[in-house]
Design a protein around this ligand. Sequence first.
Ligand SMILES: Cc1ncc(COP(=O)(O)O)c(C=O)c1O
Length: 388
Amino acid sequence: MTKDRRGIETRLIHPLKRASAKFEAVSPPIHRASTVLFDTIDAVFDEQERDAHYRYATMGTPTTRELEARLCEIEGAVGVELAPSGLAALSLTYLAACKAGDHVLIPASAYSPNTRLGDFLKRFGIEVEAYDPLIGPDIELHFRPNTRLVWCESPGSISMEIQDVPAIIERAHRHGALVAVDNTYAAGLLFNPLDHGADFSVQALTKYQGGHGDVLMGAVATRDAARLAELRAAAEHLGSCVSSDDAALVLRGLRTLFLRLRHVERGALELATWLDQHEEVASVLHPALPACPGHDIWKRDFSGAAGIFSVIFKDWSRARVERFVDALELFKIGYSWGGPVSLVMAYRGLSRPSPEAGERLVRFSVGLEELDDLKADIVQAIAASSQP
Ligand SMILES: Cc1ncc(COP(=O)(O)O)c(C=O)c1O
């Protein structure tokens, strides 16, 4: 049967004519796919083609690979593996780096789902031990013959300790251990772990790269081809992948990343400095302020600050802390950061900087609203919280 005599149902699926694919627009195209087509059966089994071509959408589409390429540029990486969330990127790193019998070190200030993931890994024979984030070169004391991986997260995303990442990397490598840095705070821009020799730089692209609170994604970047192969294998076995639609949202976010980051850096620093002088505030944990643990290291290693910081209120009861958070109108109560909307969170049972101070700690994430409005919101919430 000739092609033009095929039935309409078939022709809707196999059209006689297609629109020209030659099209250049400002934004990269979104390639939605599961199946990827090959020209010949030889191409399917050609090992040489594996990397150069697309095989199945779990292993990448032009849109997801475009995003990987942009992230490689930012981090100076040889490769990036995308993951469906920041937490999934953390899991992928463990899976690529560790095996049963390994020992892993994680800062006590780490993003708590990463710590909980460490507990979960016990059942697979991986032991994860917490260390003092401010330990610096004394990390040495924690190494065992089977220490395989050391995590850093700087600053800690709630209690804001800035770690001596270069010293930890140096000691870890001397002991034959790998180092993975959760670099979400720095958005890949304010600090580059790979420049300091880290084996993995992990980010939740959900925050500043996505930038609008409407997409979840993570990434692991490396400069080592062998590490990249392990990451790719781990992702392939897990079936871990991201959609082209989500990748396109992150690609769009990247275009304004610098502008947004500069804006929130300025706003957060101004609010933090203002709150530091406030009579109701005991201390402000912002990397650019001297009271922040590790402030000197931040000055040495970072090119700027992001938009989150924490405040410890003076002798406030827990009830007052929660009344304050509830009274805020522009700062919305929610986890995460990096979107246009300012966010706030208070934590029950937080053990850092101490169990007592943790009860009076409130974390702010500055968004894109006008600063005077954010200040006025805090002023009215402090006043409202004074009445039980
Ligand atoms: C420091 C840090 N790392 C990783 C993540 C995980 O990111 P996601 O929310 O995309 O899973 C978060 C999320 O809040 C985070 O704060």
